[in-house]
Unconditional design. Structure first.
Length: 143
């Protein structure tokens, strides 16, 4: 004794603006208070277990990224943007110069020519990943 189940068919684009690419505004206000971990990654390296066990105070770990290259802004471990490390009132910050488009580790949305120099893109202001505005931010100094 089985009953047939009938599923209601939904028409795409008919009255629904919640889907991606539907062209309507999505209300994200319910997500505003969800905590996320933001971190800045300046580089990575690979080591063997033996090399890791040999690390001591004063050891220098060489990273695969060159000095002066942009650092990655990660949200919950996924890269969403890149920028330059700055110092603001004795705290590190990140001035965002590029926003990543799509899934993590995909190609960048290319900023217009000169955007990195003036810190802005088309109609967007570049941000700094700290709580206060960064009017007096200067690039981080190397030791």
């Amino acid at each position: 004794m089985t009953e047939a189940i009938e599923y209601e068919q939904f028409e795409q684009g008919a009255g629904s603006s919640a889907g991606p690419g539907a062209g309507g505004d999505v209300d994200l206000s319910r997500l505003a208070d969800i905590p996320m971990e933001l971190s800045v990654e300046i580089g990575r390296t690979h080591m063997t277990v033996g090399e890791t066990l040999d690390l001591r105070v004063g050891s220098v770990v060489t990273l695969e990224r060159l000095a002066g290259e942009t650092a990655d802004l990660l949200v919950n471990g996924s890269a969403i943007a890149r920028g330059e490390v700055v110092v603001i009132d004795e705290q590190y910050g990140l001035r965002i110069t590029e926003i990543l488009d799509g899934p993590p580790d995909s190609e960048l949305v290319h900023a217009p020519a000169g955007a990195a120099a003036n810190g802005t893109g088309e109609g967007e202001q570049a941000g700094v990943a700290v709580a206060e505005p960064a009017a007096d931010a200067s690039p981080a100094q190397e030791d």
